[in-house]
Design a protein around this ligand. Structure first.
Ligand code: ATP
Length: 387
Protein backbone atom coordinates (compact mmCIF):
# COMPACT_ATOMS: atom_id res chain seq x y z
CA UNK A 1 0.00 0.00 0.00
CA UNK A 2 1.43 3.35 -0.97
CA UNK A 3 1.23 5.87 1.80
CA UNK A 4 1.88 9.48 2.53
CA UNK A 5 4.69 10.07 5.05
CA UNK A 6 4.41 13.17 7.20
CA UNK A 7 7.09 14.21 9.67
CA UNK A 8 6.30 17.18 11.86
CA UNK A 9 8.62 19.13 14.09
CA UNK A 10 10.77 16.14 15.02
CA UNK A 11 13.49 16.85 17.59
CA UNK A 12 16.00 14.64 19.33
CA UNK A 13 19.02 15.21 21.57
CA UNK A 14 21.77 12.95 22.80
CA UNK A 15 22.76 14.45 26.15
CA UNK A 16 23.32 18.15 25.58
CA UNK A 17 23.66 17.73 21.80
CA UNK A 18 20.59 18.52 19.73
CA UNK A 19 20.89 16.10 16.81
CA UNK A 20 17.50 16.74 15.18
CA UNK A 21 16.07 20.21 15.47
CA UNK A 22 12.44 20.67 14.45
CA UNK A 23 12.47 18.58 11.27
CA UNK A 24 9.30 18.73 9.17
CA UNK A 25 8.72 17.29 5.73
CA UNK A 26 6.29 15.12 3.80
CA UNK A 27 6.77 12.48 1.14
CA UNK A 28 3.74 11.91 -1.10
CA UNK A 29 2.70 8.31 -1.75
CA UNK A 30 5.12 6.45 -3.99
CA UNK A 31 7.63 9.31 -4.14
CA UNK A 32 11.36 9.06 -3.52
CA UNK A 33 12.96 11.58 -1.14
CA UNK A 34 16.69 11.66 -0.55
CA UNK A 35 18.04 13.33 2.59
CA UNK A 36 21.53 14.60 1.94
CA UNK A 37 23.96 15.89 4.53
CA UNK A 38 27.52 15.67 5.77
CA UNK A 39 28.66 13.30 8.48
CA UNK A 40 27.06 14.21 11.80
CA UNK A 41 24.17 16.19 10.29
CA UNK A 42 21.63 13.78 11.79
CA UNK A 43 20.69 11.65 8.77
CA UNK A 44 21.00 8.27 10.46
CA UNK A 45 19.23 9.45 13.60
CA UNK A 46 16.34 10.74 11.52
CA UNK A 47 16.05 7.48 9.61
CA UNK A 48 16.21 5.50 12.86
CA UNK A 49 13.37 7.65 14.25
CA UNK A 50 11.31 6.88 11.13
CA UNK A 51 12.08 3.18 11.55
CA UNK A 52 11.18 3.23 15.24
CA UNK A 53 14.65 2.14 16.38
CA UNK A 54 15.12 5.54 18.00
CA UNK A 55 12.56 7.62 19.85
CA UNK A 56 12.24 11.32 19.10
CA UNK A 57 11.62 13.62 22.09
CA UNK A 58 9.01 15.68 20.34
CA UNK A 59 7.17 15.87 17.06
CA UNK A 60 5.20 13.29 15.15
CA UNK A 61 5.50 10.79 12.31
CA UNK A 62 2.47 9.66 10.31
CA UNK A 63 2.30 7.08 7.55
CA UNK A 64 -1.05 7.48 5.83
CA UNK A 65 -3.66 7.71 8.58
CA UNK A 66 -1.49 5.92 11.14
CA UNK A 67 0.57 7.72 13.76
CA UNK A 68 3.93 5.91 13.97
CA UNK A 69 5.09 8.29 16.66
CA UNK A 70 3.18 11.07 18.36
CA UNK A 71 3.49 12.36 21.89
CA UNK A 72 4.14 9.35 24.08
CA UNK A 73 2.85 6.83 21.59
CA UNK A 74 5.51 5.03 19.62
CA UNK A 75 4.91 2.02 17.41
CA UNK A 76 7.70 -0.59 17.42
CA UNK A 77 9.55 -1.09 14.11
CA UNK A 78 7.73 -4.30 13.19
CA UNK A 79 4.33 -2.60 13.37
CA UNK A 80 5.23 0.33 11.13
CA UNK A 81 4.70 -1.28 7.69
CA UNK A 82 8.23 -0.44 6.61
CA UNK A 83 11.48 -2.10 5.62
CA UNK A 84 15.01 -0.79 5.86
CA UNK A 85 18.16 -1.41 3.82
CA UNK A 86 21.40 -0.78 5.69
CA UNK A 87 24.89 0.21 4.60
CA UNK A 88 26.36 -3.05 5.95
CA UNK A 89 23.57 -5.26 4.47
CA UNK A 90 22.60 -6.70 7.89
CA UNK A 91 21.78 -10.17 6.57
CA UNK A 92 21.41 -13.18 8.83
CA UNK A 93 24.74 -15.00 8.33
CA UNK A 94 23.33 -18.44 9.09
CA UNK A 95 20.51 -18.17 6.54
CA UNK A 96 20.63 -18.59 2.78
CA UNK A 97 19.70 -15.71 0.49
CA UNK A 98 16.22 -17.21 0.02
CA UNK A 99 15.74 -17.69 3.77
CA UNK A 100 16.86 -14.11 4.47
CA UNK A 101 14.29 -12.81 2.01
CA UNK A 102 11.60 -15.24 3.17
CA UNK A 103 12.10 -14.20 6.79
CA UNK A 104 10.59 -10.82 5.96
CA UNK A 105 7.38 -12.59 4.90
CA UNK A 106 6.78 -14.27 8.26
CA UNK A 107 4.27 -11.64 9.35
CA UNK A 108 2.25 -12.30 6.21
CA UNK A 109 1.57 -15.83 7.38
CA UNK A 110 1.60 -17.09 3.82
CA UNK A 111 1.53 -20.80 3.07
CA UNK A 112 4.81 -22.39 2.18
CA UNK A 113 4.27 -22.53 -1.56
CA UNK A 114 3.03 -18.95 -2.18
CA UNK A 115 5.81 -17.75 0.10
CA UNK A 116 8.43 -19.71 -1.85
CA UNK A 117 7.07 -18.36 -5.14
CA UNK A 118 7.13 -14.78 -3.89
CA UNK A 119 10.74 -15.12 -2.67
CA UNK A 120 11.80 -16.66 -6.00
CA UNK A 121 10.06 -13.87 -7.90
CA UNK A 122 11.77 -11.10 -5.94
CA UNK A 123 15.18 -12.80 -6.07
CA UNK A 124 14.74 -13.03 -9.85
CA UNK A 125 13.93 -9.32 -9.97
CA UNK A 126 17.24 -8.47 -8.31
CA UNK A 127 19.11 -10.91 -10.58
CA UNK A 128 19.88 -13.53 -7.93
CA UNK A 129 17.87 -16.57 -9.00
CA UNK A 130 21.06 -18.60 -9.26
CA UNK A 131 22.22 -17.65 -5.77
CA UNK A 132 19.08 -18.39 -3.74
CA UNK A 133 20.70 -21.21 -1.76
CA UNK A 134 23.96 -19.45 -1.00
CA UNK A 135 24.86 -17.96 2.35
CA UNK A 136 25.88 -14.29 2.74
CA UNK A 137 29.58 -15.14 3.10
CA UNK A 138 29.43 -16.88 -0.29
CA UNK A 139 28.12 -13.71 -1.97
CA UNK A 140 29.89 -10.53 -3.07
CA UNK A 141 29.05 -7.18 -1.42
CA UNK A 142 26.85 -6.20 -4.35
CA UNK A 143 25.01 -9.54 -4.25
CA UNK A 144 24.50 -9.24 -0.49
CA UNK A 145 23.03 -5.79 -0.94
CA UNK A 146 20.72 -7.18 -3.62
CA UNK A 147 19.52 -9.80 -1.13
CA UNK A 148 18.89 -6.98 1.34
CA UNK A 149 16.97 -5.09 -1.35
CA UNK A 150 14.90 -8.19 -2.13
CA UNK A 151 14.21 -8.67 1.58
CA UNK A 152 12.99 -5.07 1.80
CA UNK A 153 10.74 -5.39 -1.24
CA UNK A 154 9.29 -8.86 -0.66
CA UNK A 155 6.53 -7.94 1.79
CA UNK A 156 5.55 -4.84 -0.20
CA UNK A 157 5.84 -2.37 2.69
CA UNK A 158 4.32 1.10 2.47
CA UNK A 159 7.60 2.77 3.39
CA UNK A 160 11.15 1.85 2.36
CA UNK A 161 14.11 3.34 4.21
CA UNK A 162 17.64 3.27 2.83
CA UNK A 163 20.68 4.09 4.99
CA UNK A 164 23.59 4.79 2.59
CA UNK A 165 23.12 1.40 0.88
CA UNK A 166 25.80 1.97 -1.77
CA UNK A 167 28.61 3.19 0.48
CA UNK A 168 30.45 -0.11 0.71
CA UNK A 169 30.42 -0.86 -3.01
CA UNK A 170 32.89 0.09 -5.72
CA UNK A 171 32.07 2.69 -8.35
CA UNK A 172 30.78 0.48 -11.16
CA UNK A 173 28.61 -1.58 -8.86
CA UNK A 174 27.29 1.51 -7.11
CA UNK A 175 26.00 2.84 -10.39
CA UNK A 176 24.33 -0.45 -11.38
CA UNK A 177 22.72 -0.96 -8.00
CA UNK A 178 21.61 2.68 -7.91
CA UNK A 179 19.67 2.12 -11.13
CA UNK A 180 18.16 -1.08 -9.72
CA UNK A 181 17.09 0.67 -6.52
CA UNK A 182 15.57 3.51 -8.55
CA UNK A 183 13.57 1.21 -10.82
CA UNK A 184 12.57 -1.55 -8.37
CA UNK A 185 11.41 0.81 -5.63
CA UNK A 186 9.35 2.84 -8.09
CA UNK A 187 7.81 -0.35 -9.49
CA UNK A 188 6.92 -1.38 -5.95
CA UNK A 189 4.97 1.84 -5.40
CA UNK A 190 6.45 2.27 -1.91
CA UNK A 191 7.15 5.68 -0.43
CA UNK A 192 10.93 5.99 -0.06
CA UNK A 193 13.29 7.88 2.24
CA UNK A 194 16.95 7.40 1.35
CA UNK A 195 19.89 9.00 3.12
CA UNK A 196 23.34 9.67 1.73
CA UNK A 197 26.23 12.12 1.94
CA UNK A 198 26.85 11.78 -1.81
CA UNK A 199 25.25 14.61 -3.77
CA UNK A 200 25.57 12.92 -7.17
CA UNK A 201 23.76 9.85 -5.81
CA UNK A 202 21.09 12.08 -4.25
CA UNK A 203 20.42 14.03 -7.44
CA UNK A 204 20.35 10.89 -9.56
CA UNK A 205 17.81 9.09 -7.37
CA UNK A 206 15.52 11.68 -5.91
CA UNK A 207 12.14 13.08 -6.77
CA UNK A 208 12.91 15.50 -3.95
CA UNK A 209 16.18 16.24 -2.17
CA UNK A 210 16.32 17.50 1.41
CA UNK A 211 19.56 18.97 2.73
CA UNK A 212 20.41 18.54 6.42
CA UNK A 213 22.78 20.83 8.26
CA UNK A 214 23.41 20.40 11.97
CA UNK A 215 20.10 18.60 12.57
CA UNK A 216 18.00 21.07 10.57
CA UNK A 217 16.39 20.57 7.20
CA UNK A 218 17.71 23.66 5.43
CA UNK A 219 16.26 23.04 1.97
CA UNK A 220 13.77 20.65 0.40
CA UNK A 221 13.00 20.67 -3.29
CA UNK A 222 13.45 18.95 -6.63
CA UNK A 223 17.07 18.17 -7.56
CA UNK A 224 16.83 20.95 -10.15
CA UNK A 225 15.61 23.46 -7.53
CA UNK A 226 18.38 22.61 -5.12
CA UNK A 227 21.01 22.75 -7.84
CA UNK A 228 19.80 25.98 -9.46
CA UNK A 229 18.48 27.78 -6.38
CA UNK A 230 20.56 26.72 -3.37
CA UNK A 231 19.07 28.28 -0.23
CA UNK A 232 22.43 29.03 1.39
CA UNK A 233 26.19 28.85 0.80
CA UNK A 234 26.19 25.61 2.81
CA UNK A 235 23.72 23.99 0.39
CA UNK A 236 25.63 25.30 -2.63
CA UNK A 237 28.94 23.99 -1.30
CA UNK A 238 27.57 20.65 -0.30
CA UNK A 239 25.96 20.09 -3.69
CA UNK A 240 29.10 20.83 -5.70
CA UNK A 241 31.09 23.92 -6.63
CA UNK A 242 33.88 24.71 -9.06
CA UNK A 243 35.06 27.48 -6.76
CA UNK A 244 34.25 30.72 -4.96
CA UNK A 245 35.09 34.30 -5.88
CA UNK A 246 35.05 37.20 -3.42
CA UNK A 247 33.89 40.53 -4.69
CA UNK A 248 31.81 43.68 -4.41
CA UNK A 249 28.31 44.08 -5.70
CA UNK A 250 28.51 46.52 -8.57
CA UNK A 251 24.99 46.59 -9.88
CA UNK A 252 21.96 45.74 -7.78
CA UNK A 253 19.56 42.95 -8.64
CA UNK A 254 17.60 43.43 -11.83
CA UNK A 255 14.18 42.02 -12.60
CA UNK A 256 15.74 38.60 -13.18
CA UNK A 257 17.40 38.88 -9.74
CA UNK A 258 20.87 38.81 -11.27
CA UNK A 259 23.66 41.05 -9.99
CA UNK A 260 27.06 42.06 -11.29
CA UNK A 261 29.99 41.45 -8.98
CA UNK A 262 33.47 42.88 -9.35
CA UNK A 263 36.04 40.26 -8.43
CA UNK A 264 39.82 40.10 -8.70
CA UNK A 265 39.30 37.94 -11.78
CA UNK A 266 36.94 40.42 -13.49
CA UNK A 267 33.21 41.11 -13.52
CA UNK A 268 30.88 38.18 -12.91
CA UNK A 269 27.10 38.10 -13.36
CA UNK A 270 25.35 35.97 -10.77
CA UNK A 271 21.95 35.14 -9.31
CA UNK A 272 21.41 37.08 -6.06
CA UNK A 273 21.14 34.57 -3.22
CA UNK A 274 20.09 35.52 0.31
CA UNK A 275 20.06 39.30 0.76
CA UNK A 276 23.04 40.04 -1.46
CA UNK A 277 21.36 42.95 -3.20
CA UNK A 278 22.80 46.26 -1.97
CA UNK A 279 25.33 47.93 -4.27
CA UNK A 280 28.80 48.07 -2.73
CA UNK A 281 28.24 45.15 -0.35
CA UNK A 282 30.76 42.36 -0.08
CA UNK A 283 29.65 39.07 -1.54
CA UNK A 284 30.95 35.65 -2.37
CA UNK A 285 30.11 34.20 -5.77
CA UNK A 286 29.67 30.44 -5.62
CA UNK A 287 30.17 28.84 -9.02
CA UNK A 288 28.76 25.50 -10.18
CA UNK A 289 31.10 23.42 -12.34
CA UNK A 290 28.38 23.11 -15.02
CA UNK A 291 28.27 26.91 -15.29
CA UNK A 292 31.87 27.18 -16.51
CA UNK A 293 32.76 26.71 -20.15
CA UNK A 294 36.04 27.21 -21.95
CA UNK A 295 35.38 29.84 -24.62
CA UNK A 296 37.06 29.45 -27.98
CA UNK A 297 38.40 31.90 -30.48
CA UNK A 298 36.61 31.16 -33.74
CA UNK A 299 36.60 34.61 -35.29
CA UNK A 300 32.83 34.59 -35.77
CA UNK A 301 31.26 36.13 -32.68
CA UNK A 302 32.00 39.18 -30.59
CA UNK A 303 33.65 38.52 -27.27
CA UNK A 304 31.22 38.16 -24.38
CA UNK A 305 32.06 40.69 -21.68
CA UNK A 306 31.64 38.06 -19.00
CA UNK A 307 34.56 35.87 -20.01
CA UNK A 308 37.38 35.66 -17.49
CA UNK A 309 41.04 35.06 -18.29
CA UNK A 310 42.69 32.06 -16.65
CA UNK A 311 45.49 29.55 -16.91
CA UNK A 312 45.05 25.79 -16.97
CA UNK A 313 46.91 24.22 -14.04
CA UNK A 314 45.64 20.65 -14.28
CA UNK A 315 43.89 18.38 -16.76
CA UNK A 316 42.22 15.07 -15.91
CA UNK A 317 40.81 12.62 -18.45
CA UNK A 318 37.17 11.75 -17.70
CA UNK A 319 36.17 9.49 -20.59
CA UNK A 320 33.72 11.84 -22.28
CA UNK A 321 36.27 14.62 -22.14
CA UNK A 322 38.52 16.39 -19.67
CA UNK A 323 38.13 18.17 -16.36
CA UNK A 324 40.40 21.15 -15.93
CA UNK A 325 41.56 23.19 -12.99
CA UNK A 326 41.87 26.81 -14.08
CA UNK A 327 43.64 29.47 -12.04
CA UNK A 328 42.17 32.98 -12.22
CA UNK A 329 43.83 36.33 -11.47
CA UNK A 330 43.60 36.86 -7.71
CA UNK A 331 44.57 33.23 -7.04
CA UNK A 332 41.18 31.50 -7.10
CA UNK A 333 41.09 28.12 -8.82
CA UNK A 334 38.01 26.74 -10.53
CA UNK A 335 37.89 22.94 -10.58
CA UNK A 336 35.86 20.53 -12.69
CA UNK A 337 35.90 22.80 -15.76
CA UNK A 338 34.80 20.38 -18.44
CA UNK A 339 35.81 20.41 -22.06
CA UNK A 340 35.67 17.72 -24.70
CA UNK A 341 39.29 18.32 -25.61
CA UNK A 342 42.29 18.53 -23.34
CA UNK A 343 43.76 21.95 -22.65
CA UNK A 344 47.41 21.49 -21.77
CA UNK A 345 48.75 22.71 -18.44
CA UNK A 346 49.93 26.31 -18.74
CA UNK A 347 47.51 27.18 -21.57
CA UNK A 348 45.84 30.58 -21.32
CA UNK A 349 42.07 30.19 -21.66
CA UNK A 350 39.01 32.37 -21.36
CA UNK A 351 36.09 31.13 -19.30
CA UNK A 352 32.47 31.89 -19.92
CA UNK A 353 30.40 31.80 -16.71
CA UNK A 354 26.68 31.11 -17.04
CA UNK A 355 24.96 33.44 -14.52
CA UNK A 356 22.36 30.70 -13.88
CA UNK A 357 25.04 28.64 -12.14
CA UNK A 358 26.67 31.50 -10.19
CA UNK A 359 25.18 32.54 -6.85
CA UNK A 360 26.11 35.74 -5.01
CA UNK A 361 25.65 35.43 -1.25
CA UNK A 362 26.51 38.06 1.38
CA UNK A 363 30.02 37.47 2.69
CA UNK A 364 29.99 38.07 6.44
CA UNK A 365 33.48 36.63 6.74
CA UNK A 366 35.02 39.08 4.27
CA UNK A 367 37.53 41.54 5.68
CA UNK A 368 36.38 45.15 5.77
CA UNK A 369 39.31 46.22 3.59
CA UNK A 370 38.38 46.44 -0.06
CA UNK A 371 39.38 43.50 -2.23
CA UNK A 372 41.78 44.14 -5.03
CA UNK A 373 39.58 44.23 -8.08
CA UNK A 374 40.78 44.03 -11.63
CA UNK A 375 40.96 47.27 -13.54
CA UNK A 376 38.69 47.32 -16.54
CA UNK A 377 39.45 44.06 -18.25
CA UNK A 378 41.88 44.48 -21.07
CA UNK A 379 40.20 45.02 -24.42
CA UNK A 380 39.86 41.67 -26.09
CA UNK A 381 40.49 41.70 -29.77
CA UNK A 382 39.55 38.18 -30.66
CA UNK A 383 36.08 36.83 -31.14
CA UNK A 384 34.76 33.79 -29.39
CA UNK A 385 32.32 31.02 -29.67
CA UNK A 386 31.35 28.61 -26.95
CA UNK A 387 31.02 25.01 -27.97
N1 ATP B 1 23.53 6.93 20.35
C1 ATP B 1 24.13 8.11 20.33
N2 ATP B 1 24.61 8.67 21.47
C2 ATP B 1 25.19 9.87 21.47
N3 ATP B 1 25.39 10.62 20.35
C3 ATP B 1 24.95 10.12 19.18
C4 ATP B 1 24.31 8.84 19.12
N4 ATP B 1 23.97 8.62 17.81
C5 ATP B 1 24.39 9.70 17.13
N5 ATP B 1 24.96 10.60 17.93
C6 ATP B 1 25.50 11.91 17.52
O1 ATP B 1 24.50 12.58 16.80
C7 ATP B 1 25.03 13.31 15.73
C8 ATP B 1 24.34 12.91 14.43
O2 ATP B 1 24.66 11.57 14.15
P1 ATP B 1 24.05 10.79 12.92
O3 ATP B 1 24.68 9.44 12.89
O4 ATP B 1 22.59 10.88 12.93
O5 ATP B 1 24.60 11.68 11.71
P2 ATP B 1 24.81 11.28 10.19
O6 ATP B 1 24.47 12.50 9.43
O7 ATP B 1 24.06 10.05 9.88
O8 ATP B 1 26.35 11.01 10.12
P3 ATP B 1 27.13 9.80 9.41
O9 ATP B 1 26.96 10.01 7.94
O10 ATP B 1 28.55 9.98 9.88
O11 ATP B 1 26.49 8.54 9.91
C9 ATP B 1 26.52 13.05 15.73
O12 ATP B 1 27.13 14.14 16.37
C10 ATP B 1 26.64 11.80 16.56
O13 ATP B 1 27.88 11.76 17.20
Amino acid sequence: MTAHLRVENLSKSFGPTRVLDGISFAVPPGRFTVLLGPSGSGKTTLLRCLAGIERAESGSIHLGERALAQGRSHLPPDRRDLAMVFQDYALWPHMTAAANVGYALRRRRLDREPSRRRVAEVLARVGLSDHAEQFPHQLSGGQQQRVALARALVAEPGLLLFDEPLSNLDADLRERLRVEIATLTRESGATVVYITHDQAEAFALADEVGVLEGGRLVQLGSPEDVYHRPASPFVARFTGLAGELEGTLEAAADAAATVTVRTAAGPVTAVAGGTARATGSRVRVLVRPAAVTIARDTGTEPVAARTLAGTVVDTAYRGRGYDHVVQLPGGVRLTGVFDRSAQQRGTAVRLLLDPEGCFAFPDPAAASTPVAVAENPEPIRTTLEVR
